[in-house]
Design a protein around this ligand. Structure first.
Ligand SMILES: NC(=O)c1ccc[n+]([C@@H]2O[C@H](COP(=O)([O-])OP(=O)(O)OC[C@H]3O[C@@H](n4cnc5c(N)ncnc54)[C@H](O)[C@@H]3O)[C@@H](O)[C@H]2O)c1
Length: 306
């Protein structure tokens, strides 16, 4: 594992699922300021990190990053509305995402901060896998459009001002601290919660859709390693192995020693992602890292944590 030490760090969205796992690791040896509007995040996720005495939480939007007189060596920008259906309900979340991204890029420019931020594998929606970073995205939904705009803005800041941020395209991340995401939590975690209560997991379609599931512990390692890069980059973080939803349920049944059958329902909206599979060669080349926590191991960790 690579560690960062003695730095001033801002994490937008740091009270959320992935953000709080990252902050927990950073707070061991750095001063961390979390900026989070607590939309799907909670200070509860940060309870352990706050015990270190190294974490301050500011309840605010990412777009106000420049208003708090903060000086950061590194910014992790994860503070975006985090799920596709949210944008369908309120398309103006696209405005919020772009405003937040520009403020964070301006902040990084002014303060010469390193910047690493969350893009998404949803950019590959409808494209034949394995998914490589140079694929040309299709038009599929608001969430994806917003993230493509952010990637292009980040490239623009690299060209205009040499602000060389790293965008990681996360693939289906699961792990501890997903409780406050509720129905937006990853399927691994949602199905685990349901099946532990003896309930049937609800599956869209026939369960043959495939996901490249990534443990949050692997993702945090990739985020930290990305701070070592000096060029503008877009990098996949996935395992390069995918499973059907039916296989996921078999694995959960095996881990829980249950035999619960899924409940299949029609896919309720257009643009549902049928397959994700990361090509991880760029991640291996630039970050010297491969996400190698298997789905079985990730499920074991999740059950062990509960
Ligand atoms: N979990 C995944 O599988 C996955 C996959 C691809 C991309 N991502 C991206 O990773 C990031 C973190 O997602 P997560 O899974 O931890 O979800 P999350 O909802 O737990 O985290 C997002 C956090 O950002 C906060 N937030 C939302 N809008 C904000 C704003 N405008 N300003 C400040 N804070 C704001 C939320 O309150 C929350 O704490 C998001 O950008 C998400 O889109 C996640």
């Amino acid at each position: 594992m690579v560690e960062i030490e003695g730095k001033q760090i801002i994490v937008t969205g740091g009270a959320g699922f992935i953000g709080s796992n990252l902050v927990e690791r950073l707070a061991k040896a750095n001063k961390v300021v979390v900026i989070d509007n607590l939309h799907t995040g909670s200070a509860v996720n940060l309870a352990k990190a706050i015990e270190s005495g190294n974490v301050t939480v500011i309840e605010d939007n990412a777009k106000s990053i420049g208003d708090h007189n903060l000086k950061a060596d590194i910014v992790f920008h994860l503070g975006f509305p985090s799920s596709t259906p949210m944008y369908r309900e309120n398309p103006h979340l696209v405005d919020e995402v772009v405003a937040g991204m520009i403020s964070v890029l301006e902040y990084a420019k002014k303060n010469s901060s390193k910047l690493v931020w969350s893009s998404s594998s949803s950019i590959y929606n409808g494209i034949k896998p394995p998914h490589r970073e140079d694929a040309i995205p299709l038009v599929t939904d608001y969430y994806t459009e917003a993230r493509i705009a952010c990637e292009r803005l980040a490239e623009l800041y690299s060209k205009f001002y040499s602000v060389n941020s790293v965008a990681l395209r996360f693939f289906a991340v699961y792990g501890r601290h997903e409780e406050f995401k509720k129905t937006y939590a990853n399927l691994v975690t949602q199905f685990l919660w349901a099946m532990k209560n003896g309930e049937q997991p609800v599956v869209y379609g026939d369960g043959t859709q495939r996901r490249d599931f990534t443990s949050v512990d692997d993702l945090v390692e990739a985020l930290i390693r990305s701070t070592g890069l000096d060029s503008f980059e877009i990098i996949n973080v996935g395992t390069q192995k995918n499973y059907t939803i039916n296989e996921l349920i078999e694995k959960l049944n095996a881990a829980l020693k249950t035999n619960i059958k899924p409940k299949y329902v029609p896919i309720p909206f257009k643009g549902y992602v049928m397959e994700t599979l990361a090509d991880t060669s760029k991640c291996e080349r630039l970050l010297k890292f491969h996400a190698n926590i298997t789905l079985d191991e990730g499920i074991r960790r999740l059950i062990g944590d509960e």
